[in-house]
Design a protein around this ligand. Structure first.
Ligand SMILES: *Cc1c(COP(=O)(O)O)cnc(C)c1O
Length: 375
């Protein structure tokens, strides 16, 4: 038994996938966003479930992630959000991988490679409608298309953009972005370039912007059971998928006035029972949780006392009856009637649930439960 581990509830994942799907009209399909190891949840098992739940595409950031999915036997078309490097184009085109394009030199290179293979590359054109990050600036789309639409090795399968603030209650900026996106789609129409799939909505768009679903939506975080933020107008009924567990490695009774951990930042205020847990910042448990984090022991909340070390934390369990060495500890998830949500940890770390999942997900030991049989 490992000393700490992640449990992934695939039944909860399927529930969340259905929560996304039931918000979509008949003509809207879903891209399951599984970049960054499915936000730490395990890209391959998660992708299998999402494909079985009807995700028409998967999206990753980088080509090597698409390769891993193909090696695992997952055949769903994959969108590579950051595009392709030259050396990967040939393999990618043989594997039903769809690069996102945003640079004309990339477009040329992909077209040439595809022609060399005697085929056409399916691509998705990324447009920057106000995120200011990746994509052809929406004002420049006409000149981009002047050349890109003539490249004989390309077939434009999709046009996408990304919302900067769809998770905020005030949707004014989303509507500005949507207007730009519509004008881009209008440019395609005027030129007679068909766009089978337009897509702009992330999880927040799926939940709060039903008129922004187009032919495809790209939910990520909601599949993993978190709201994109606490400001959503129409939060879904989502179930957390990830649990992070460990066990008490040592239990100590200490007298009052004893220091705990590096820097002696905590002194026992009274005689105390302190449990040492074999989880530290190397396991994704941020050092910012020093003297701030909370874990669950025997269904009670136990505060982290002292600094988080690389591989250990110490928690005060004085108030919890019957604590024993080897007792299960929950760092994220439920135990008894208590729960620690990724959002709670994120608030303490001044970040968002996404980063907590990514960090915890880097743990070596991951167990998948509740999968659909026969997959
Ligand atoms: C990560 C990502 C998403 C998913 O966003 P969520 O907020 O997790 O739903 C969608 N589209 C793109 C381009 C992304 O990078």
């Amino acid at each position: 038994m490992p000393s700490s581990w992640i449990e992934i509830d695939l039944a909860a994942l399927r529930h969340n996938c259905r929560e996304a799907a039931r918000r979509l009209g008949e003509r809207t399909a879903m891209v399951g966003v599984v970049k960054s190891d499915a936000y730490g949840h395990g890209m391959v098992p998660v992708s299998r479930e999402l494909a079985a739940c009807g995700a028409k595409f998967l999206a990753v950031s980088k080509y090597w992630e698409a390769r891993e999915l193909r090696s695992a036997g997952i055949g769903v078309p994959i969108i590579v959000l950051l595009g392709l490097e030259r050396e990967d184009v040939e393999d990618a085109l043989c594997e039903e991988v769809r690069p996102v394009i945003f640079r004309i030199d990339h477009a040329r290179m992909i077209s040439e490679t595809a022609l060399g293979l005697g085929r056409r590359a399916m691509v998705h054109v990324k447009v920057d409608t106000g995120m200011g990050r990746l994509g052809v600036p929406w004002e420049d789309i006409a000149s981009f298309l002047d050349e890109a639409s003539l490249l004989p090795g390309l077939e434009i399968e999709g046009v996408l953009s990304h919302f900067a603030a769809a998770d905020e209650a005030d949707k004014a900026y989303c509507h500005d972005q949507l207007r730009c996106f519509q004008s881009v789609l209008e440019t395609f129409r005027e030129r007679g370039i068909p766009v089978p799939y337009a897509h702009i909505s992330n999880s927040a768009g799926v939940l709060d912007l039903p008129h922004a679903h187009f032919q495809l939506v790209r939910p990520g975080i909601m599949l993993y059971g978190s709201q994109p933020s606490s400001e959503l107008l129409q939060p879904g009924d989502l179930r957390p998928v990830m649990t992070f567990k460990s066990r008490i490695l040592q239990l100590k009774s200490m007298s009052g006035g004893r220091p705990i951990g590096y820097g002696r930042t905590y002194m026992t205020p009274r005689p105390s029972k302190v449990a040492t847990i074999p989880v530290g910042y190397d396991d994704g448990y941020s050092r910012r949780l020093s003297n701030r984090g909370v874990v669950l022991v025997r269904g009670h909340r136990a505060p982290v006392v002292g600094r988080v070390s690389m591989n250990m934390i110490t928690v005060d369990v004085t108030h919890i009856p019957d604590v024993q060495p080897d007792d299960e500890v929950v760092l994220l998830g439920r135990q008894g009637g208590e729960r620690i949500a990724a959002e709670e940890i994120a608030d303490l770390c001044d970040t968002i649930s996404y980063e907590i999942y990514c960090n915890f997900g880097k743990n070596r030991h991951k167990f998948f439960m509740g999968g659909v049989e026969g997959l």
